[in-house]
Design a protein around this ligand. Sequence first.
Ligand code: GAP
Length: 511
Amino acid sequence: MANNEDQFKKVVSHAKEYGYIFGSSEIYDGLSAVYDYAQNGVELKNNIRDYWWRSMVHMHQNIVGIDAAILMHPTTWKASGHVDAFNDPLIDNKDSKKRYRADTLVEDYAEKLNIKAQKEIAKAKKRFGEAFDEEQFVTTNPRVVGYLTKKKDVLERLARSLDNEDLADVKSLIEELEIADPETGSRNWTDVRQFNLMFGTQLGASAESATKLYLRPETAQGIFVNFLNVQKTGRMKIPFGIAQTGKAFRNEIVARQFIFRMREFEQMEMQFFVRPGEEMKWYDYWKETRLNWHLSLGLGAENYRFHDHEKLAHYANAAADIEFNFPFGFKELEGIHSRTDFDLKAHEKYSGKKLQFFDPELNESYVPYVVETSIGLDRMFLAVLSHSLQEETLDDGSTRVVLKLPSVLAPVKAAVLPLVKKDGLQEIAQKIVDELAWDYNVSYDEKDAVGRRYRRQDAAGTPFCITVDHQTKEDNTVTIRDRDSMLQERIPISEIAGKIKELVSVRNWLS
Ligand code: GAP
């Protein structure tokens, strides 16, 4: 499925057609990189959030949750470094009026060099067959050495210029490499400028007295400023964690790829507070634990990989991404960061309040170190949706579109279908719906022939179809059809709930 543009287009249109995602304010032609979750989308999103919350908060006795406000005291963002450093370097093309991230333009150039080198290697591999010594070839073939050395030099110079905040040199690099606007080919560039990604707003009625606020760009800071409140009121002992889910906002320069990079999105974050010096042990623990959470959903181990960061953010001493194989290739889905004591220390400094833990075992107070797990809910949604959308050719040669969502996450767990709209079958089906609705989100569907209804439910991702037919009237049994295998079995009405429970219970999936 990787790098499959067609598959990605299908995911986007399927998401709209089956009530998962709409563009925001579509009747006004939409708002760039802002999306609305529709009737099925909101259920899937809630289920993903719930699956995360239960595994992180309910299943860990030393992790509790909070729900902090989106608006925070503006000094928060000074302390966290976001006011000064949450920037991307941007560049405009004067002819096309298109805006780009300057660093991404250079990185894309470097990647092209890499692709050229890989092509040479692949060609040589084919030519030499068994006798091919890749290591020797990569270090001696002049073309490959040339491409890879240039790639390294370009990336190193970019990193140096950005570290030194030498934006003029970033522009010189773009000019020297003759990088053109990817859409128009023009090389008529403006200077490179830093652009802060935080959305600003105002608190207060009149322009003079208003205070400048920001919409939070990450949920983590709401946890840091509440660290001591939670520790004291929850009588938490280190190591312990605080989890939170909620909206975050970033004025991304280039937002594309549907809900992968949005301007308003949702994060699921957990900050784990540990003894200084023990952070690497917990960092490894959380890398493994989070990967296992992903694997529990059955989207295929081959679709995940770790990417350890070489260049670290100012607050981190180790960081890794869990990348997922999206239709446009492997990309970051979740980050695990060892954030040291950077944030708590900064908040101590700016607030003048101590944010320390008295460790009775060590008989001393210290500012804890923090290991963070941070996943985008919308990105997780896209991972699940894009992996689940499949087209199958059946034994009779016909095709079906099926959304094989993990049943624990499916928006609607079962659709109840009366075979025909007469003979009292509708009433029985409605009664089954009313009973199941106490525990599960279920739907009733009587329109069209039953075969078409099955296909509709397959495409919407409903794991079970329960059909009420004439035999139901005789012996109180129904057929239950499995979305993935399409197999049907006949069971008593009294066993439907148990059957659904077995296949959608969080317990069975997580454990
Ligand atoms: N508190 C740490 C933090 O915010 P991050 O790597 O900037 O780290 C964490 O973001 C996760 O949030 C990412 O792995 C991604 O899943 C999600 N995310 C970040 N920016 C996003 C955007 N513009 N749209 C959708 N999801 C985004």
